[in-house]
Ligand binder design. Structure first.
Ligand SMILES: [Zn+2]
Length: 162
């Protein structure tokens, strides 16, 4: 008589996990995957799924030469701006810069605006930043950050942006 498992005990396995980030696949090797010790089903907590997403975002940013959260933070501080200053300078909703500094994934448009405001130019070398003189203020119409929905399915975390 099959009984539904309560997933009470979790152990971890290192697996290759494929995630979808925007329209792209990102493969994470040796990702820590929580698995039910009894039935073997994946058993993700929100925090664990979030960590996995953060790792995938870093790979995606590196691939596309987007600013890392700590780069945004560091350059903002060097410019002497609060998160609010930068949101306002860019015409973004309050909390947008804070979200990026916490690890939310920016679009190319957000990244271009951040670079422009922070005085950083994009080179076609992923992860390479160049100082381009005093910071200027870019005025762009920012779009509000969408809430990211994480759907966890067998072996893959599928990310939908809405
Ligand atoms: Zn179980």
């Amino acid at each position: 008589m099959p009984r539904e498992c309560d997933h009470e005990r979790t152990r971890y396995e290192h697996r290759t996990v494929t995630l979808r980030v925007f329209v792209e696949e990102v493969c994470l090797r040796y990702a820590k995957v929580p698995v039910c010790a009894q039935c073997g089903a994946e058993d993700w907590t929100d925090a664990e799924a979030d960590d996995l997403l953060m790792s995938a975002y870093r790979v995606y940013r590196q691939r596309h030469g987007l600013l890392m959260p700590e780069e945004v933070f560091t350059r903002r501080i060097l410019n002497g701006w609060s998160q609010n200053d930068l949101d306002q300078a860019l015409g973004w909703h309050a909390g947008t810069v804070a979200a990026f500094e916490r690890g939310a994934l920016q679009t190319k448009e957000h990244d271009d605006a951040l670079r422009s405001a922070l005085g950083l130019v994009r080179l076609d070398i992923p992860g390479f930043l160049q100082w381009s003189g005093p910071a200027g203020i870019a005025s762009t119409s920012g779009t509000p950050l969408s809430r990211m929905d994480v759907e966890v399915k067998s072996g893959a975390v599928i990310l939908a942006s809405r």
